[in-house]
Write a protein that binds this ligand. Structure first.
Ligand code: GDP
Ligand code: MG
Length: 177
C-alpha cells in the first residue's frame, strides 16, 4: 500500500476565506513567516505559502491559499477552492458585518468543496477586545451549530495563530491516515 511507504510526503491544500480586511493575509504571514504588516495594502503576487509540519514523525506540508483581494467583489472562483482539504473561515471580532458573512462563506465552501473539508472558524483581531462587536460566546455557538472548530486569534500578537492552522492540518491528517 503506497500510503504506508516510509518517508511518504503529505501535501494538503487549505484555503483562507472571509470578508476583506479581516486579517487573512496577516494570519498566513504570521504562520508561515512570523511576519505582520500593519498597512492595509492589498495582497499581491503570492497565491499560496507552503509550510511543513511534523505530525507523528511524518512530514506534512500544508499549501495554504490566500485570496488576492477578489473577495471584495465576491469573486472568489471555483479554481481557488478546487482540491482543498481544509479551510479557515475568518471574521473580524471588531466588525459584526464580517461575522454575519460567515454563513455565506460556508455556503460557498459547500458549493465548491466536499463536505469532509476540515473547517475552522477564526475570530481574528482578538487584541482589539476593547472595540469588540462579536462576543466569544457567539463565535463558539456558531461554530458548534455548523460543526466547525473555533479559535479567536490575533495575527498582531500571534495568539492562537499556530494552533489554528495546526488543528486544521492535524484534522486533515487524521481523516486520511
Ligand atoms: P485580508 O484582507 O483579510 O487579507 O486582511 P489583511 O491581512 O490584509 O489585514 C487587514 C488589516 O487588518 C491590516 O491593516 C492588518 O494590519 C490588520 N490586521 C490583521 N490582523 C490583525 C490583528 O490580529 N489585529 C489587529 N489589530 N489588526 C490586524
Ligand atoms: Mg488579503
Amino acid at each position: 500500500d503506497d500510503d504506508d511507504d516510509e518517508g511518504e510526503d503529505y501535501l494538503f491544500k487549505i484555503v483562507m476565506i472571509g470578508d476583506s480586511a479581516v486579517g487573512k493575509s496577516n494570519l498566513l504571514s504570521r504562520f508561515a513567516r512570523d511576519e505582520f504588516d500593519l498597512n492595509a495594502k492589498a495582497t499581491i503576487g503570492v497565491e499560496f505559502q507552503t509550510q511543513a509540519l511534523d505530525i507523528d514523525g511524518k512530514e506534512v506540508k500544508a499549501q495554504i491559499w490566500d485570496t488576492a483581494g477578489q473577495e471584495r467583489f465576491r469573486a472568489v472562483t471555483s479554481a481557488y477552492y478546487r482540491g482543498a482539504f481544509g479551510a479557515l473561515v475568518v471574521y473580524d471580532i471588531t466588525r459584526r458585518s464580517t461575522f454575519d458573512s460567515v454563513k455565506r462563506w460556508l455556503d460557498e465552501l459547500d458549493t465548491h468543496c466536499d463536505t469532509s473539508v476540515a473547517r475552522m472558524l477564526v475570530g481574528n483581531k482578538r487584541d482589539l477586545d476593547n472595540i469588540r462587536e462579536v462576543s466569544t460566546e457567539e463565535g463558539r455557538a456558531l461554530a458548534e451549530s455548523e460543526g466547525l472548530f473555533f479559535m479567536e486569534t490575533s495575527a498582531l500578537d500571534s495568539t492562537n495563530v499556530q494552533m489554528s492552522f495546526e488543528i486544521v492540518i492535524r484534522e486533515i491528517y487524521n481523516n486520511i491516515s
